[in-house]
Design a binder for this molecule. Sequence first.
Ligand SMILES: Nc1ncnc2c1ncn2[C@@H]1O[C@H](COP(=O)(O)OP(=O)(O)OP(=O)(O)O)[C@@H](O)[C@H]1O
Length: 267
Amino acid sequence: MNILEIENLTITHAETKIVQSLSLSVSKGEWLALAGESGSGKSVTAAAIGGLLPNELNISGGSIVFDGNNMTRLTEKKLRAFRGKGISYVFQDYQGAFTPFLKVGRQIDEMLKVHTSLSKPQRKQNIVNMLERSGLPGERVYGSYPSQLSGGQLQRAAICAAMILKPKLLIADEPTTALDSITAASILRLIADLKSETHCAVLFITHDLRHVKKYADSLAVMLNGELAESGETKAIFENPCHPYTQKLFSSIPSLRKPPKRLMTIQR
Ligand SMILES: Nc1ncnc2c1ncn2[C@@H]1O[C@H](COP(=O)(O)OP(=O)(O)OP(=O)(O)O)[C@@H](O)[C@H]1O
């Protein structure tokens, strides 16, 4: 069964169509990677799902059905209730995930306070456990301000905040782009582990096709606001049909095959 069904979605800015007749679906527990050209509408689509489009952008056609609810028809209050518990987000800008003036633990605690009936000590225990589960020193991070943590630690904490309510869909919009490659790999592993523990679906926006190959069940490629190609990851990697997908794949740097001849510097 599909947890997310997008049909013929069109998003406009004034008269310009930014996303055009986009149809996509994500089934329960599936990891769908959304790749494509810069400016092709990936982030705008992701924002539209949870009702996070800025005022100047409008959904002018189509539907977004999440867990049986047409999100395009819900009030802001209802959309807010879905965010966090039903759908949660992790962004590239992990600094923006937390308010700088409040301790990280307190900010995650607010979410548990709003969405659960746990007591304060139970909430703290949950948060510390989750932070430790994510490879962080739980008590210390709980009591730290965002500025006291490294980028990788902050992104882990942001993932904890996104996953603590066990959402049905995690939308990760380039969550590793601002991190070094080793930290990025560990963040990907963390998302994969939490996904298999909670059975949530993942919509993962990325430019790194090596991550797609490793983790995604399926892949959708966007170009100029439209869907260029979509299907099972393995099938698309074996036989990319759209010329843009072929071009995208030909640009993946190969880490396995070193060049046959290395240039030497003559002295
Ligand atoms: N608030 C906005 N107002 C007007 N146009 C916008 C706004 N936000 C995005 N756009 C435009 O919508 C288009 C799609 O942007 P989007 O951020 O979704 O691209 P993307 O595929 O996520 O790109 P990238 O991979 O570079 O993040 C772009 O042309 C962008 O300029």
